[in-house]
Ligand binder design. Structure first.
Ligand code: F6P
Length: 327
């Protein structure tokens, strides 16, 4: 017989993502609806270790659905990856009687939740909050849609000036280990090339294509690069291209953390609300130590133990689309 969850803690962990606030709001209000006490844990696992925890009410989450960032703040907590840190966290939670956790974050945060739930009898439910969309078991992650739309808006603007000056722009988007922002924003803006960490880039081929375009006087080109690509980002690619094609007027633009901020799109607010609601239902129904994703517009549950082992895979078909449409 599984224990009844009556007091839950909610936290955001890892890189922030637009829509985290909408998700916190959903967790708090659903928890209260079902008669639970809901606690906010500040700065991710750090708040658990340092006992920075406070009780939330329905009003605590008023007027946040449209705000980027996270009202609970976030961190990447090293202490939680030690057994002493997790013991402290457990003691702090039990003092307050918290007997269920909702963790909004990326794969690193899920790894923490998985270890904690294997060691202690506090069930955890993970929700995918990351702009990177690099988690298997969900079609989308909270924040990805907003980040991609931010990148698209910026790249469209860059294309205007690239076009006016006949320039080659190398635009770096976020994604240390994941190319989804690059892939989606690159296809959506008609980028001539997209370089991502998940695929080897044939740089000779890229140079050959650019040289061929130069011959045809097609000098306006956009290359979208994920920050974690094999060459080390846009600056490095620019160096290689400048050395090989000195006639090209090359400029670099690194979009950076602008992609992490801003008001979440309608899509991100919706998935954040649905996932937040569903996480509380999981804790109510005894569906413990899972991560809640969405597949084909339905909630999809993956045991945390499995979730941390898999990465979302880049589809070969998408890569083919990139090649065909950029020709
Ligand atoms: O949250 C994911 C992410 O934005 C990655 O795309 C990026 O590589 C990383 O976080 C940057 O982290 P930080 O803000 O700690 O430099």
């Amino acid at each position: 017989m599984k224990k009844k969850v009556t007091k839950i803690g909610v936290l955001t962990s890892g890189g922030d993502a637009p829509g985290m606030n909408a998700c916190i709001r959903a967790v708090v209000r659903t928890g209260i609806y079902y008669g639970m006490d809901v606690y906010g844990i500040m700065r991710g696992y750090t708040g658990m270790v340092e006992n920075d925890i406070f009780q939330m009410e329905s009003r605590s989450v008023a007027n946040i659905i449209q705000r980027g960032g996270t009202i609970l703040k976030t961190s990447r907590c090293k202490d939680f990856f030690t057994s002493e840190g997790r013991k402290k966290a457990y003691d702090n939670l039990t003092k307050l009687g918290i007997n269920g956790l909702v963790i909004i974050g990326g794969d690193g945060s899920f790894r923490g939740a998985q270890t904690f739930s294997n060691e202690y009898d506090i069930p955890c439910v993970g929700l995918p909050g990351t702009i990177d969309k690099d988690i298997a078991g969900t079609d989308f992650t909270i924040g990805f849609d907003t980040a991609v739309n931010t990148a698209v808006e910026a790249i469209d603007k860059i294309r205007d000036t690239a076009d006016a000056h006949d320039r080659l722009f190398i635009i770096e988007v976020m994604g240390r280990d994941a190319g989804y922002i690059a892939l989606h924003s690159g296809i959506a803006t008609g980028a001539e090339n997209i370089l991502i960490p998940e695929r080897k880039t044939d740089i000779e081929e890229v140079i050959k294509q650019l040289a061929e375009k130069e011959r045809r006087h097609k000098l306006v080109n956009i290359i979208v690069v994920a920050e974690g690509d094999e060459f080390g980002g846009a600056d490095e690619i620019a160096k290689i291209i400048k050395a090989r094609l000195p006639m090209q007027d090359v400029r670099v633009c690194i979009l950076g953390h602008i992609q992490r901020g801003g008001s979440p799109t309608c899509f991100d607010r919706l998935i954040a609300s649905r996932m937040g609601y569903s996480a509380v239902e999981c804790l109510m129904e005894g569906k413990f130590n899972v991560f809640v994703g969405m597949v084909n517009n339905r909630m999809y549950f993956t045991p945390l133990n499995e979730a941390v082992k898999k990465k979302q895979r880049i589809s070969e078909e998408w890569m083919k689309i990139v090649r065909i449409l950029a020709s």
